[in-house]
Design a protein around this ligand. Structure first.
Ligand code: ZN
Length: 380
């Protein structure tokens, strides 16, 4: 089964960099080795604070780095860590899975600390570390702008600071924050996204301001990971209900590592309820499912579907869109087995059951349509 679109095909009138692209990996995670590597990217005050507070070894990842889900066992180094150098990304994912472009989504939770000035300083350092240690070292890489969402002024300032560098192609938030993401006080962030042609990416994960489920705190990581689906549903409902998608029709929202198969049933319920109580939200003047199909995209790793092409096809039929899904490997998270992928062989980073005819759209056309900056020929 040949998964690879042939090289050299022209992409719908696109020019420059888009010419001949095969695949765009929309979700990979550079792992920060530790707070100490960010210190050189902080101003003197915050560099001193990190040392004086004794947090040079602070690990702000919400999931333990040694958990099997965090980094696949065969992608770890001798110290049990991994995914912290661009060389590893090249060898383990880019070259292996044939990505011509990959979008870096750092999940090192420095933006979540309660001190807003500290969160701002740490986030700036994280983004600058990504730029120097990753973007500058491989032309195939792009990145999301991590923002301290709990302070909108800081969040917008960070977008403005980095938007001139066209290698930043998205703005990144976690799905579980302080308040639902549709709330009005966040709208300056969405204005900034539209102003700069940057999709708003929402990745699985919590800022731990609230329990990870609507019924309380979980005891186990297992529960928490599964609970992200509830959070994505509530977030999508918030973006629709508060009017974000109607107020900003040019905004594209990308759900990252959200799973996919929950969406059709949720949209069905949302649409049914909207018909009954739409008088409450007159600004939502189109069926919610239409808004989602036009403006929301999802990465397919994980797909959360059985290994059955008929079942996957039914899911696609229920989505009623071939534009919504984006390919991602989710490197280095352990979402799939198998590593070998040569041209002409199945790519293990593509969930099984997806029709082969759809793969060029998932791997190339849909990402190019979602991320305007990927269609540009040159970086700043
Ligand atoms: Zn991910």
């Amino acid at each position: 089964m040949a998964f690879w679109p042939r090289r050299g095909g022209r992409l719908g009138g696109e020019t420059g960099m888009a010419e001949g692209l095969r695949a765009i990996d929309c979700d990979v995670h550079p792992m920060v080795p530790g707070m100490r590597v960010l210190i050189p990217y902080m101003d003197q005050f915050w560099a001193d604070q990190v040392v004086e507070r004794g947090i040079t070894t602070l690990d702000t990842q919400s999931w333990p780095v040694h958990a099997p889900k965090t980094i696949r066992p065969d992608w770890r180094g001798a110290n049990g860590r991994g995914a912290d150098r661009v060389e590893l990304l090249r060898a383990q994912a880019l070259d292996r899975f044939g990505a011509d472009i990959a979008i870096l989504n750092p999940l090192y939770g420095v933006q979540l600390v309660f001190n807003e000035d500290m969160a701002n300083a740490f986030t700036r350092a994280l983004n600058d570390w990504v730029r120097a240690e990753w973007l500058d070292r491989d032309e195939r890489l792009r990145a999301s702008i991590v923002i301290p969402m709990h302070n909108v002024e800081h969040a917008v300032a960070e977008i403005e600071r980095l938007a001139p560098d066209r290698r930043f192609v998205q703005v990144l938030s976690l799905v579980m924050g302080e308040t639902p993401l549709g709330r009005r006080h966040y709208w300056p962030v969405y204005e900034a996204c539209v102003r700069h042609g940057l999709p708003f990416g929402i990745h699985a994960g919590s800022a731990y301001r609230h329990p990870q489920t609507s019924v309380g705190w979980t005891s186990w990581y297992f529960e928490e990971y599964a609970a992200n689906q509830q959070a994505f549903q509530s977030t999508l409902a918030s973006l629709i209900t508060e009017g974000v998608l109607t107020k900003f029709p040019a905004l594209r929202v990308v759900l990252l590592e959200s799973g996919v198969t929950w969406l059709p049933a949720f949209l069905w319920r949302l649409q049914k309820v909207w018909k009954g109580v739409r008088f409450e939200i007159p600004w939502v003047d189109r069926p919610p499912a239409e808004l989602v199909r036009d403006q929301v995209r999802l990465t397919v790793q994980p797909l959360d579907a059985p290994d059955d092409a008929d079942v996957v096809q039914r899911l696609l039929d229920h989505l009623r869109s071939e534009e919504m899904l984006l390919w991602a490997s989710d490197w280095p998270h352990w979402q799939f087995d198998g590593v070998a992928a040569e041209p002409g062989e199945p790519n293990p980073a593509v969930p099984p059951g997806l029709p082969e005819a759809l793969l060029p759209k998932l791997m190339r056309d849909n990402p190019l349509a979602t991320y305007p900056r990927l269609r540009e020929g040159e970086k700043a």
